[in-house]
Write a protein that binds this ligand. Structure first.
Ligand code: ADP
Ligand code: MG
Length: 569
């Protein structure tokens, strides 16, 4: 199915700029087909599945056709519901952002007439509304259509189902001849076909078929997630399955940038790929990703298209793809070479409808699951710990460790105590409660030892699951205020993998704030992040001063620690 860059569709610079600002990288198939036709003045019947981008397909030509010097209604868009009218109006607003003097307003039943009279009298050029209320205004004379150039029927089939047929016909009979008429509908039942015959002249028919194909060996799951919780859920799923190599798809360049920053600051090794990057930059990122120089690639469809990768463990649809075809493309990057792949899709709010329609049209097999709880993450990690411990025992090659153990045994420590102490350390515990404080100030913190053990040498350039996972803390303290009264836990985006030590943490804090080391309490260094208790009194200043400071090559982005942070290894 053809998709083209927006700049090949004959759009004005203002509209192109707006499209770019919205983060759309290229026109969807329905947009590619409809926009040039509509700009040429043809009547159109457009048919494609939900979520395929019909709004912009008609809004872009509509905006392009408006003469913003003329303060009269030039475009009328009919929608079945108030919600849809508002959504369409928002999208028109965004797409017209750089077109000076263009005003649009949604008009729907239930809203006060007063407000609508005022908006209409102010000289808007684009009116988006439900048929009943629009007709009402036409009959009152408050909506004048003498200057009308285009009428759009969005979701025509639904409007008919909702009993708007008479209203629509009365509107269409009343508008001036010579106006352009655009019908959009997922299906074309008789009623619509009759209307098309009666009111449009020689329409161009555009039908975009959903491609039905399915990647066989991919286990596909979706979660219903609130938009603002998506990052948290993403990190939980990654942690739960201990994924190390995958792609996270977002719908816009802006989302890619934001998510990459978020994940990075939470200590995940990520990089990004999108259409604003030069070819050389993209090649560099891909090169690095192929040799597993980082774990997760955050990308848009366009940027990731055509890159050939077949050994991903997982694909995340952080945002829904545009259609079933893109979905299938995305998840096809995992589960190749005979291996089982995983695909996780996040939907929030009305995206659920879009997903359901994709499932129907594209015959996808996606299972709904509940968002994993922190308890589940914790339990999975515990199991993983035992598995790895057992595997390490089974391999049984610990010459160096034997000598260390002999020394401890000679000094009279019982072997069970030694084991218990080690597990305590591996869980992220301090050598002793006091040691955390001691470590904070001392030159050779006791914690150093556990750090060294926790981080055996990694082979450069390879990031296979390291045995060091055994030593990751597996049990998790509860919610995270400071451990002592008067202290609050702060999240730092550096951890064991940056080879940070308690001395570094205290050193930095004391250094940039010029406060005594005693403002720092317990320090808990995790694999990818650190929780450090700081005194409440100096909390704002410490947060402020640490921001952007470089530690071990990483720019700090300190935040108040959450329960989620405390639960992550
Ligand atoms: P439809 O009306 O066909 O159901 P919408 O117009 O509501 O679909 O679009 C669905 C989603 O896709 C919206 O969030 C919209 O912002 C987004 N979208 C539309 N066109 C593009 C594009 N070219 N690139 C990326 N996202 C797009
Ligand atoms: Mg729509």
């Amino acid at each position: 199915m053809e998709k083209r860059p927006f700049n090949e569709l004959g759009l004005s610079p203002e509209v192109l700029k707006a499209v770019d600002k919205m983060g759309f990288e290229e026109a969807s198939p329905i947009q590619t087909a409809v926009i040039p036709l509509a700009l040429s003045g043809r009547d159109i019947v457009g048919q494609s599945s939900t979520g395929s981008g019909k709004t912009a397909a008609f809004a872009i030509p509509a905006i392009s056709k408006v003469d913003s010097h003329v303060r009269a209604v030039q475009v009328l868009i009919l929608c079945p519901t108030r919600e849809l009218a508002v959504q369409v109006s928002e999208e028109v607003g965004k797409l017209a952002h750089f077109k000076r003097g263009l005003h649009s307003v949604p008009i729907y039943g239930g809203q006060s007439y007063e407000r609508q009279f005022r908006a209409l009298a102010a000289g808007v050029q684009v009116v988006i509304g439900t048929p009943g209320r629009l007709l009402d205004h036409m009959e009152r004379g408050t909506l004048k259509l003498d200057g009308l150039r285009m009428v759009v029927l969005d979701e025509a089939d639904r409007m008919l189902d909702m009993g708007f047929r008479d209203d629509i016909e009365r509107i269409l009979s009343a508008v001036p001849v010579g106006r352009q008429l655009l019908f959009f509908s997922a299906t074309l039942p008789r009623g619509i076909q009759d209307m098309i015959k009666r009111y449009s002249k020689d329409p161009a028919w555009v039908k975009i078929e959903a491609v039905t194909q399915n990647a066989p060996k991919v286990e596909q799951v979706y979660f219903e997630v609130e938009r603002r919780s998506k990052v948290e859920v993403l990190t939980r799923v990654i942690d739960l399955h201990d994924f190390r190599y995958g792609i996270i798809f977002c719908s816009t360049k802006i989302m890619v940038d934001e998510l990459d920053d978020h994940l990075h600051s939470r200590g995940y090794a990520t990089d990004r790929l999108h259409g604003d990057m030069s070819q050389a930059q993209r090649d560099r990122v891909m090169e690095k990703f192929r040799r597993r120089g980082f774990e997760f690639l955050v990308a848009t469809d366009v940027a990731a298209r055509g890159i050939d990768l077949d050994d991903l463990e997982v694909v995340f649809n952080f945002d829904l793809p545009n259609d079933a075809e893109d979905y299938t493309h995305r998840i096809g990057r995992t589960g190749r070479a005979g291996r089982e792949g995983r695909a996780f899709t996040f939907v929030s709010g009305r995206e659920l409808w879009k997903l359901q329609s994709m499932v129907r049209f594209g015959k996808l097999k996606i299972r709904r699951e509940n968002v994993p709880s922190l308890d589940q993450v914790e339990e999975a990690r515990t199991n993983l710990f035992f598995e790895k411990l057992r595997a390490t025992l089974d391999q049984g090659a610990f010459k160096r460790q034997d000598r260390l153990l002999d020394r401890l045994l000679e000094q009279g420590y019982p072997s069970t105590d030694i084991c218990a102490a080690l597990i305590h350390l591996l869980q992220g515990g301090q050598a002793t409660e006091d040691d955390a404080q001691v470590a904070a100030g001392s030159k050779k913190p006791a914690r150093e030892m556990s750090d060294q053990m926790a981080e055996p040498k990694r082979q450069p350039g390879r990031r296979e699951k390291p045995v060091s996972q055994v030593s990751d803390p597996m049990w998790i303290p509860q919610a995270r205020t400071g451990r002592e009264a008067g202290f609050t836990a702060v999240f730092l985006n550096v951890g064991r993998k940056n080879r940070i030590t308690p001395a570094d943490v205290v050193g930095k804090i004391a250094g940039v704030t010029r406060l005594p080391a005693s403002v720092v309490g317990a320090i808990d260094i995790r694999q990818r992040h650190t929780l450090v208790d700081v005194s409440d009194e100096h909390l704002p200043m410490i947060l402020e001063k640490l921001k952007g400071i470089r530690v071990k090559g990483q720019s700090l982005a300190p935040t108040l620690a959450t329960e989620g942070d405390a639960a992550r290894e």
